[in-house]
Design a protein around this ligand. Structure first.
Ligand SMILES: C[S@@+](CC[C@H](N)C(=O)[O-])C[C@H]1O[C@@H](n2cnc3c(N)ncnc32)[C@H](O)[C@@H]1O
Length: 390
């Protein structure tokens, strides 16, 4: 592909990504994969170059841009090589007009920047929210120690390593053998908030594809009971092959029917030593990986998420045995989803208390700990541990 054709491809992709963000369509990564699935003429270098352009333009625009072209023009203003791609060639975009509108550079939509700063995120810490994330892995202690000559140890995660960015992880023997799992350092650290020892009964209520479930199985040394639940069939179904690869044998999965979760979990009430509620959230802490997610959120959607979080937290609490632990995690820095959610839970439930946490990264925030990309160098998280009345 010529430089112009790459820029044109990025513009087309960005148009699709902006629309998908507006209409609740697929994620940017999915749209990029689909786009190249039907364009076999694009080689791997072209794909990588177009992808880089798309993500650079997404990271740059805080508000959803009016069009893909407006987003790329904003990038062209900062990068002469991109500007040169507007060359009017047969497959390239038409040359830049004199007064064409550009997307505005920024961190996030104004209402979100306001909500983040109101949640105590310093303005100087905001740019780190949309920087590129590193490639972190967790070494799986259920497998023999892998050979990772190019990796460096992560400061805060005991089994965590950082691989050179651009590593094609799926080609590594260590990945194929299940000796490593991709997991952000912050995700590894917040997972440690839930005590998990061999023989325990643990429920991972919002397990998704099992990132934290697999870490729990390893800490339990494959001994005890580990129930992984989710309402999303597709996500939960990805856990089984991952568990097989990782040699995690104690995981039982349960697909929940939204609104009827308590029926499926009736046998588990007040049984668990520990329950993990890694709740669905706005993902403001993971914009490094999904920067277009900040274009998808609006105050109504955030309110709905806050309601769902209160619901799953209550559901999780019902499963904890007397004196057991409930860990609440969100990959968000917004207090509505983190600190305030936990405060509301405690206000409504006399007898429950904060179980003070110490973790290898993060800062005390309300009754929990918050990790933010600027100071922890991880994805952003809020985590709190609660203890059930005896
Ligand atoms: C933050 S993700 C979980 C990520 C996962 N724990 C990991 O470490 O990879 C939140 C999950 O909550 C699930 N969820 C949403 N509503 C739920 C509910 N009512 N009960 C259980 N899970 C729910 C979503 O489908 C999603 O997979």
């Amino acid at each position: 592909m010529t430089p112009g054709a790459r820029v044109e491809a990025a513009i087309e992709l960005l148009d699709g990504i902006v629309n998908a963000a507006r209409e609740g369509g697929a994620a940017a990564d999915t749209l990029i994969a689909r786009y190249f699935g039907t364009r076999r003429y694009a080689g791997s270098k072209d794909r990588r170059a177009v992808r880089e352009l798309v993500y650079a333009a997404i990271r740059l625009a805080g508000e959803p841009p009016a069009s893909g072209r407006a987003a790329m023009l904003a990038l062209a203003d900062r990068d002469p090589a991109v500007a040169a791609g507007f060359d009017g060639s047969p497959h390239g975009p038409v040359p830049i007009g004199q007064h064409e509108a550009r997307a505005e550079a920024g961190i996030a939509p104004a209402w979100l920047v306001e909500a983040l700063t109101a949640s105590g995120v310093p303005v100087a810490a905001l740019p780190a929210l949309v920087e590129r994330a590193p490639l972190d892995v967790r070494v799986n202690s259920l497998k023999p120690a892998p050979d990772l000559p190019e990796a460096t140890p992560l400061p805060a995660a005991p089994n965590g390593w950082r691989l050179p960015s651009g590593t094609n992880i799926e080609t590594l023997p260590a990945w194929r053998d299940g000796a490593i799992e991709v997991q952000d350092e912050g995700s590894q650290v917040v997972g440690l908030a839930l005590p998990a020892a061999p023989g325990d009964v643990i429920v991972d209520l919002c397990a998704g594809a099992g990132g934290k479930t697999l870490a729990l199985a390893a800490r339990m040394d494959n001994r005890g009971t580990l129930l992984a639940c989710d309402t999303d069939r597709a996500r939960l179904s990805r856990l089984r092959p991952r568990a097989e690869r990782a040699g995690a044998t104690i995981i039982e999965t349960k697909l929940l029917d939204p609104g009827r979760e308590a029926v499926a979990l009736a046998d588990w009430v007040a049984r668990a030593d520990g329950v993990l509620v890694d709740a669905p959230c706005s993902g403001t802490g993971t914009w490094r990986r999904n920067p277009e997610a900040r274009w998808r959120l609006d105050p109504t959607r955030l309110d709905r998420l806050v309601e769902t979080q209160a619901y799953v937290l209550a559901l999780g609490a019902s499963l904890v045995r007397p004196g057991g632990k409930l860990v609440y995690i969100v990959c968000s820095l917004l207090d509505a989803e983190g600190r305030d959610q936990v405060n509301r839970f405690l206000a409504d439930r006399p007898g429950w208390a904060i179980d003070v946490l110490t973790l290898p990264a993060g800062q005390v925030h309300g009754g929990g700990i918050r990790l933010d990309p600027a100071s922890a160098g991880t994805d952003g998280f809020f985590v709190a541990r609660l203890i059930a009345p005896c």
